[in-house]
Design a binder for this molecule. Sequence first.
Ligand code: DX5
Ligand code: ZN
Length: 228
Amino acid sequence: MTKLIAPSILSADFSRIGEAVELAERAGADLIHVDIMDGHFVPNLTLGPQLVADIRKLTRLPIDVHLMVDNPRALVPLFHEAGADWISLHVEATAHLHKDVTMIKELGRKAGVALNPATPIQSLQEILGEADFILLMTVNPGWGGQSFIPSCLDKIRALKAWIRRDKLEVPVQVDGGIKLDNAEDIFRAGMDIAVAGSAIFAAPDPAEVIREMKRIAARSAADKDHLT
Ligand code: DX5
Ligand code: ZN
């Protein structure tokens, strides 16, 4: 499976988000990851559908909306309308996961199921075959710039082993604390899509970080010795 890089604009300068998106596309990013926080599911507040609609005009890359909100179902139509291509929601935030995933798929968008670090992968049992991708949080959601939680590496391995065992194609997106110095280990554990915010946008040369992450991704995908 091709390994992808999804820069998270959460760590970009919010007064110049358009420039960050254009830079990411020029540097070879595969997706633009947009973090939506509602001040309830997570303590922070971020962006809304208007911003997604404006970014939509600037880039041809798929826009990957990560809903860290309670009652995500209520917001899915707004982000669909705004032009989101991938939409993920948290198992912890909805009592009707199957219904919500089905709604996203019926809208013709890719449906992702996200888990917080302490939520076991077993909670995916009845949805793994339905989801278009799984998002494993490797920090507690709410802010960029936190450190990768080391125990999550085994969680990524376990999920990937399960996906392989069941001969599924569902990609594993990993979000939180991914830097140039740990990306290779995380890819080797089974990550297919790396979300990275501060590693890119807090760096002096964000484009070079994206290019280097792409090189690491390509190397990890090409290495026949690793397990994924
Ligand atoms: C955190 C968000 C992440 C965040 C990652 O709650 O879901 O997407 O932008 O930022 P870094 O890469 O700085 O951990
Ligand atoms: Zn995110």
